[in-house]
Write a protein that binds this ligand. Sequence first.
Ligand code: WTA
Length: 652
Amino acid sequence: MASEAIEDLLKEGRTFPPPETFKRDALITDAEIYDEAAADREGFWAKQALDLDWFEEWDTILEWDAPYAKWFVGGKLNVSYNCLDRHVEAGHGDQVAFHWEGEPGDTRTITYTDLLDDVQRTANALKSLGVEKGDRVAVYLPMIPELPTIMLACARIGAVHSVVFGGFSANALRDRINDSDCKVLVTADGGYRRGSVASLKPAADEAIEDTPSIEHVLVVRRGENDVEMVDGRDHWWHDVVDSQDADCPPEPMDAEDLLYLLYTSGTTGKPKGIMHTTGGYLTQVAFTHRYVFDLHPDTDVYWCAADIGWVTGHSYIVYGPLANRTTSVMYEGVPNHPDEARFWAIIEKYKVTQLYTAPTAIRAFMKWGDEHPAKHDLSSLRLLGTVGEPINPEAWIWYQQHIGGDRCPIVDTWWQTETGGIMISPLPGATTTKPGSATFPLPGISATIYDDQGEEVGVPGGGYLVLDQPWPGMLRGIWGDDQRFRDTYWSRFSGRYFAGDGAKRDDEGYFWLLGRVDDVMNVSGHRISTTEVESALVSHPSVAEAAVIGRADAQTGQAIAAFVSPRSGYEGDEELAQELRNHVATMISPIAKPASVLFTADLPKTRSGKIMRRLLKDIAEDNQLGDTTTLADAGVVDSIKDRYLAGSGSDE
Ligand code: WTA
């Protein structure tokens, strides 16, 4: 795929110092800030926290009793006040907060004053539905302005939002609602995707057949598709919100009060409700958003093209950008509607200055062809960002040349739902980048690499990525499952946070992320656990046993390969494969559909009966087979391998 020019660049192993034109106006241009932070990490974060408005300042910066951190103890603030009121009070009410564009091309321009009014009305509407401080509110919406509005409205009154990605199924929504006993569900009739309306309310209806905690459903009209409304339970947003008073004082929240839950896949089938709190989280997302994206609030038009259903949208569409008084673009739909140049048309139209997207999207743009970005004026761009998975150097270089016109630094940002904000990333005016490396931990962040024994690996060297100091945006736990919190993150290397990623450092200390080392797959930047997909498969009557692995895929990073042994009486044919894929889509989400399903009478197992996924991965990736000595029946692997290579694994 790489052109000759790209190959040349890669061959030279080139490094990219910050472009001089970029440095001229950059907020940070030298490495001093790293030393400042290293000299006094807590003092450094306290200084960043002072950029927020506090109703009451904290007594203690950090209380650290691993794995429990409390930041800015005793401090009081309100997140929506920091994202809205203070900017309006400072005279910026007319500044645009969001240039929103729907997929069909309809637009809404929302200023800080508009958003503050909407948020207060919505907060009052939530109160009128009985929502109180500490209550959980489930949110299942398309990418429409009501999504940030409801999040900020929750924050205003101290309710906890739990946003569930609109692409998740009714089952997934139900489980998430029940896990944290949400009181209210906010959804929409539907939203636009790939040129037509994808309905949401029917899935919401199905989910809440079995969610005893839900008292009310608030429904935004967006798709205009027909929906059923249950009297007394379901209310149209415009009926309940529009008539409210646009005055709702912000609730003073404790720095450690819960701001939101966001569910993410772990190594078991049950998603984890990651807990994020108020003061430390907002401090880190505001700091990282300002300096990683070099945000100039008076002149920039920033666009994070993620979905708010994922953490990237929470931290870098909603909280970080609004805390920094950013003018953002928010887009509802897919990048190839009505054609493959949609993103570039949006950048030209709004004169976007920073674009933040995922490697999988960049690889899709490469595949669609250079002619699409070439049709548009992208000269407004001055910085590019990526997140979600390791970016291959070819995609990095393409991004830099074809989108960045060779004048934009690229920030490859490593972080997780659990970290709350960016952890490893260049500072664009100060860091010399290398294509494919996320470079260094940010100032105030400490990361290192351990080997199997928990010994620190020197430079150069590789192993497990570990965060060895607490950071303000870190998760405070897993909702309702303290033991799992400790087991998952803090037990592999006692008292240190194990991220689940492999990484190496080169001889200059640059970090290179190597992907997950646990049973979590990364498909197009979406985290999906192998066990989750396996549970979905075995819940189908035809399936006796299933094993799932993520195999390397040039487009999506990883693709899901399923190995299924059918119950007797079931024929493992293409029809059943299709049915199983659809079943997984219904149980979890279309994003979790296996790309290939291979039927096999037996799965490779150890003598103790553990499925050897590593061997299946080797088969799927056509690697030299690893150690097979612990296999109970060595013939199984050969038979699967022969059939896999013969193409009887059905590929979509
Ligand atoms: C992966 C997304 C390499 C990693 C913000 C991590 C990355 C998981 C990068 C978290 C990157 C994210 N380079 N890998 N720049 N960014 N990852 O929770 O495996 O959806 O553990 O958060 O994505 O995914 P999550």
